[in-house]
Design a binder for this molecule. Structure first.
Ligand code: PAF
Length: 295
């Protein structure tokens, strides 16, 4: 029915087996927390597991490198896979269940003619603009995983700021709001400020040294922030990124609540700075809340 890995985390590969096990837990009145991932786990993921464990009786982590959300096939092929290490880390973190489905299990009808989600402007700005189709793929898989796991809470990292908004919208669109609470947890950073990310594993030594430049740039935006027109601050950020060896997709300042791009700041609107930039062929993203609570 299920494989008990040598590490003690219960591993499920089949939806039916996971459903049966979870039904039994729910019958006991236990609360389920869910951490969806694409593997190559790092301390950022593990902090989500820890938060879920503190707030629920059972924590389920999924590892599924979702082909539907990669707009760049090269990025999909190079996405790091470290499953043995991931299982060891989940065990150390005390995660109860690992769901490790195949592509056929998640997409039994294949990847064509899949459901479309009305994400409105969230799909046309920032990550939506530069990674066409990406958020449709994210919604597809997270909706499917939520139907399978049916958790009380889902845990997401704030590093993927726009993804958090998209998933929150998808949950409303699919009528899951009220049944599943979205918990957004702070970004974890390396000592030099680089946001933890699975893609960091692909950086070579030289790239790794440069990568913290994104966080430096976010800090500079925050330092330079003042009421009025914001375009000069954004231009400076783009120049700084280019000077540090990045190929930026964008360095923007947006409304922290809805991600609308802000050009003129009234001094009150909550703001977030968002950056996406390539170091050679590795695309990194990060963000920093400029007003209110700092991430
Ligand atoms: O952030 C990620 O790792 C992925 O986009 C997610 C939420 C696991 C969906 O595949």
């Amino acid at each position: 029915m299920y494989t008990n890995t040598r590490t003690g985390v219960i591993l499920f590969k089949k939806i039916n087996d996971l459903n049966k096990w979870l039904d039994a837990q729910r019958k006991k009145g236990l609360h389920v927390g869910f951490v969806p991932t694409m593997g190559a786990l790092h301390p950022g993921h593990l902090s989500l597991i820890h938060t879920s464990k503190a707030e629920n009786n059972v924590t389920v982590c999924s590892i599924f490198v979702n082909p539907a959300q990669f707009n760049d096939p090269g990025d999909f092929e190079k996405y790091p896979v470290t499953i043995e290490q991931d299982i060891a880390l989940l065990e150390e973190a005390g995660c109860n269940v690992l769901f490790l489905p195949s592509v056929a299990e998640i997409y039994p009808m294949g990847l064509l003619h899949l459901r479309h989600f009305d994400l409105s402007y969230l799909e046309t700005i920032l990550e939506g603009k530069y990674r066409p189709g990406h958020f449709q793929g994210v919604c597809l898989v997270v909706d499917r995983l939520l139907d399978i796991v049916n958790p009380n809470k889902i845990y997401l990292g704030q590093k993927d700021y726009q993804q958090c908004m998209v998933i929150t919208r998808m949950i409303i669109l699919t009528g899951k709001e009220g049944k599943i609470k979205v918990r957004i947890c702070p970004t974890l950073r390396e000592a030099d400020g680089l946001a933890m990310s699975s893609r960091n594993m692909r950086l070579n030594e030289k790239e790794r040294k440069s990568a913290a430049g994104i966080y430096q740039c976010l800090l500079q935006i925050k330092k330079n922030l003042s009421k009025g027109n914001l375009e000069k601050i954004k231009e400076k950020a783009v120049s700084r990124l280019i000077h540090s060896g990045f190929r930026p997709d964008y360095a923007e300042i947006a409304d922290a609540e809805n991600l609308n791009i802000v050009h003129e700041w009234n001094g009150k609107q909550p703001l977030v700075a968002v950056i996406a930039a390539f170091l050679n062929d590795i695309r990194l993203i990060d963000n920093l809340q400029l007003t209110g609570e700092i991430s």
